[in-house]
Design a protein around this ligand. Structure first.
Ligand code: C2O
Ligand code: CU
Length: 478
């Protein structure tokens, strides 16, 4: 197989600059929005579908999708309202739905083999929950997610603040990258590849925003936009540039932060993470500014702000506050008496891991590779029978993550959000996160209050790493 980097470079020509004109104006959220506040459940049915991921004129791509669209239906409720969703499995692989970032009742967390059995083909499962927090969340399978998410099974869940800051447009940008073969189809042969598992994960060669190769956002000069960015890729850490615009971050992983301007317009988003930003459309009518993915000096066009040729919404930026109301997360974390848990990440290419405990047996690296396993937490590969730790409800936990590998990892915790510490103190203004990017050789302490009872996953959201060993769980008791 050609190296992934080359494929990525090649694809820019083939798919992005293929000579086709840019896709026409596509509506952003309308069209795939469904209210979730009605009494009867919304049906979410994964099935095969053919969608126009690539530019018009390129072939349609056979994917797996909720209700035949990528992303699946936008679920939108007001804070305090209940989400009712019925999963009806229409693919020939067992599946579940996990509600990423929602501090949910454990029974609704959707983790196959931990909180529920995977739902067989033709069967259904009802998810009912009331998200405590307003913000931007997403949903995806939690069974063979390395394959099911890569094939297109994901959607966005928005929980609206009762009184959100005023904006002219509230747009969702679900960012994905796909590994597409020369026929425009998902590259099947490389699923589960040992190279992907032991290196950066399954990186793609086609970049999409809301399931399209180029997503134009029609705007008027002077408008204020709230963009809800969500990285749904298996493994790619996205580095986005909003050319000629200055985004201000107002929420991370669904949780409000004090508004913080990103002067250079650069946004880093690890797999699983979300960022809400406010952007004022400060250019003249008729302008066009591209949204690009710029990792490693590349430049993939994901979309563009396309200014109406004449219309002006206002002369000055809106003068209203953009600060979000607080969520019911306690602002403080009391570190006295915290349970400190070491989490040593090892393995992967150039990691030098010799052995690990896997399914109760110590295996050397050659036997582990035979099992498709190459990563470990604290010497244990794969989800162990016993939790990493048990904690009484209400206690603070400090996860001391030590990345001894040569790779970055997007560590995701279920059921809770935590804040990074400066050695022993909460970092000033540290945001609440459910997914933390840990760089190679980096050590980070992540503190959270274990206030949600149940069995919760803790894993790398580079989905190949998760499948190849980087997964564990913890229990919060009654
Ligand atoms: Cu977004 Cu355990 O997953
Ligand atoms: Cu990882």
């Amino acid at each position: 197989m050609r190296s992934v980097t080359n494929m990525f470079a090649a694809s820019r020509r083939e798919f992005i600059f293929g000579g086709a004109t840019l896709a026409g104006l596509a509506a952003l959220s309308p069209g795939w929005a469904l209210g979730a506040s009605n009494r009867s459940p919304i049906i979410l049915r994964p099935s095969r579908a053919d969608v126009q991921l690539l530019l018009d004129g390129e072939p349609r791509t056979r994917v797996w999708a909720y209700n035949t669209t990528v992303p699946g239906p936008l679920l939108r409720v007001r804070q305090g309202e209940t989400v009712r969703a019925r999963l009806q499995n229409g693919i020939d692989s067992p599946t579940t739905i996990h509600w990423h970032g929602v501090r949910i009742d454990n029974a609704m967390d959707g983790v196959a083999g931990l909180t529920q059995e995977a739902v067989a083909t033709g069967d259904s499962f009802d998810y009912t929950f009331t998200p405590p927090d307003a913000g931007t969340f997403w949903y995806h399978p939690h069974n063979r997610s390395w394959e099911q998410v890569a094939r297109g099974l994901y959607g966005v869940l928005v929980v609206d603040e009762p009184d959100p800051p005023p904006v002219d447009q509230d747009a969702i940008l679900a960012l994905d990258d796909w590994r597409i073969d020369e026929h425009g189809q998902i590259d099947d042969a490389s699923f589960g590849s040992m190279h992907d598992r032991s290196h950066a994960g399954r990186l793609g060669n086609a970049f999409t925003v809301n399931g399209r190769s180029v997503q134009d956002i029609p705007v008027r000069s002077g408008e204020r936009l709230r963009l809800r960015l969500c990285n749904t890729a298996n493994a790619r850490v996205m580095n986005l540039a909003l050319e000629q615009h200055e985004p201000t971050v107002i929420a991370t992983d669904g949780q409000p932060v004090a508004p913080r301007a990103l002067g250079d317009g650069r946004i880093t988003l690890a797999p699983g993470q979300r960022l809400d930003v406010i952007v004022d459309m400060s250019l003249a009518p008729g302008s066009r500014a591209e949204i690009t993915e710029v990792t490693g000096g590349g430049r993939l066009v994901g979309g563009a702000f396309v200014y109406d040729a004449v219309a002006v919404a206002r002369d000055h930026p809106l003068d209203a506050s953009i600060r979000l109301p607080a969520n019911p997360l306690s602002g403080q974390i009391d570190l006295d008496g915290a349970l400190v848990v070491e989490l040593v990440m090892e393995g992967g290419a150039m990691g030098g891991m010799r052995e690990a405990l896997y399914r109760g047996r110590t295996l050397d690296i050659r036997d582990l590779v035979q099992e498709g396993v190459v990563w470990a937490f604290n010497g244990v590969a794969g989800r162990p029978e016993k939790p990493l730790f048990d904690v009484k409800r209400g206690r603070t936990v400090v996860l001391r993550m030590v990345n001894q590998t040569a790779w970055p990892h997007a560590m995701h915790m279920h059921g809770h959000h935590g804040r990074l510490l400066d050695t022993t103190e909460p970092r000033a203004g540290a945001p609440w996160l459910d997914t933390v990017l840990v760089s190679p050789r980096e050590q980070l302490s992540w503190a959270f209050v274990a206030d949600n009872p149940g069995k919760w996953m803790l894993h790398c959201h580079m989905l190949e790493h998760q499948a190849a060993g980087m997964t564990t769980w913890f229990r919060v008791s009654g």
